[in-house]
Ligand binder design. Structure first.
Ligand SMILES: Cc1cc2nc3c(=O)[nH]c(=O)nc-3n(C[C@H](O)[C@H](O)[C@H](O)COP(=O)(O)O)c2cc1C
Ligand SMILES: CCCCC(=O)C(=O)O
Length: 379
């Protein structure tokens, strides 16, 4: 750690980035939709759950390894897709990918990344050890051929799953981005779409935003297909040779439909509180989704995970793994690849300690009896 006092929690990475990023990027990264109630509740909901520790269990030897979609990873803490990482650090998505590789954990690349699918894949070639799993997050674009091409490019470049984001037929209303008229800085591009020309998808498209919208909201409205429905999931399944997950499920009803649609996994997510404000905190709906999935597919969670005890609680309520969004951006901004490694080390160390103090020596020991969960979740 550099600086005066050492970083002691993920909050310290956030504080660093808050002091260091410019307003356009900081507001985009940190904001939730509207009054940001869901954003806040994602974290607070973890605080309402107590861990029921068991003692006298010989916790001298701990094992945090687990698997997702059959691939072994070193811990159940993975990296969620966040767009435009080069605003946080010049090496952006490449730094994140290398950090994920070093920690042998899964990284999901946003399809709206500032580094292409190919360059992100290349950035971990030649690194020691087996390739850590990379998944591609997919939006379904109006341009179906371009969407299909993204899937093919992911497959050609060794990505092992596609996570289709299903909670964004339109962009949530993020007030600060509207005020700032958010736009991608001119030296960056939406790297997966460069062949389509900047005018359509890059900074120029954002500049055309009306005064009532952030550049991003206008951009999303121009690119994303709002007719999105379950038949599009069937279409993705029909063209993809690798597993397909849905990201953005919050109810038992939709979890059952996802299983019926034949998906390979479900990510319980409210998009980090950035889409529908007053949607429930993800940890509050995890259990109903897990029950509805009925062991047929793996269920993961993102949203508000900031501490090792949060990871423990999500696993106790049935998540196979959790994904971090904003903490990765803060850590990137702090010091690129090394920052992300340090941030992951910190939460993994906290998770190990939570396991030890709760009396669990391996991930599969963490079961429902280890948490006391309040009957009535509230916003
Ligand atoms: C700045 C930012 C950009 C994001 N970009 C994407 C994206 O491109 N695709 C996507 O599916 N989700 C995106 N998300 C949502 C994350 O994948 C994830 O659901 C969320 O950040 C998890 O919450 P957390 O930030 O509290 O960890 C983004 C989130 C943030 C904060
Ligand atoms: C055009 C990027 C949208 C990315 C996104 O998902 C978000 O900002 O939450």
């Amino acid at each position: 750690m550099s600086g005066t006092a050492p970083f002691v929690s993920l909050d310290d990475f956030e504080k660093y980035a808050h002091a260091n990023l410019d307003r356009n990027a900081l507001d985009y990264y940190k904001s939730g939709a509207q009054d940001m109630l869901t954003l806040r509740d994602n974290q607070h909901a973890f605080d309402r759950i107590a861990i029921r520790p068991r003692v006298l269990r010989d916790v001298s030897s701990l094992d945090t390894t687990t698997s997702i979609l059959g691939r072994q990873i070193s811990s159940p803490v993975c990296i969620a897709p966040t767009a435009m990482q080069r605003m946080a650090h010049p090496e952006g998505e490449c730094a994140t990918a290398r950090a994920a590789h070093r920690k042998n954990t899964c990284m999901i690349l946003s399809s709206w990344s500032t580094t292409s699918i190919e360059d992100t894949a290349k950035s971990t070639k030649g690194m020691v050890g087996e390739q850590a799993p990379k998944w591609l997050q997919l939006y379904i674009y109006k341009d179906r051929a371009a969407t299909q091409r993204l899937i093919e490019r992911a497959e050609e470049n060794g990505y092992s799953a596609i996570a289709v984001t299903v909670d964004t037929p339109f962009l949530g209303r993020r007030l600060a981005d509207i005020k700032n008229k958010f736009r991608l800085p001119p030296h960056l591009t939406m790297a997966n779409f460069e062949d389509q020309g900047k005018a359509q998808v890059g900074e120029a498209a954002m500049q055309t935003a009306s005064t009532n919208a952030s550049g991003l909201a206008a951009y999303v409205a121009s690119q994303i297909d709002p007719t999105l429905s379950w038949k599009h999931i069937a279409w993705v399944k029909s063209v993809a040779k690798i597993p397909v997950l849905v990201k953005g499920i919050l109810t038992a009803e939709d979890a059952r439909m996802a299983v019926q649609a034949g998906v390979d996994g479900i990510i319980v997510s409210n998009h980090g509180g950035r889409q529908l404000d007053t949607a429930p905190a993800t940890i509050d709906v995890l259990e109903e989704v897990v029950k509805a999935a009925d062991g047929k597919v793996e269920v993961y969670l993102d949203g508000g995970v900031r501490r090792g005890t949060d990871v423990f609680k999500a696993l106790a309520l049935g998540a196979k793994a959790v994904f971090l969004g904003r903490p990765v951006l803060w850590a990137l901004n702090y010091s690129g690849e090394q920052g992300v490694v340090e941030m992951l080390d910190m939460i993994n160390e906290e998770f190990r300690l939570a396991m030890a103090l709760a009396g669990c020596v391996k991930v599969s020991d963490i079961t429902r009896e280890y948490v006391r969960y309040p009957a009535q979740p509230r916003l």
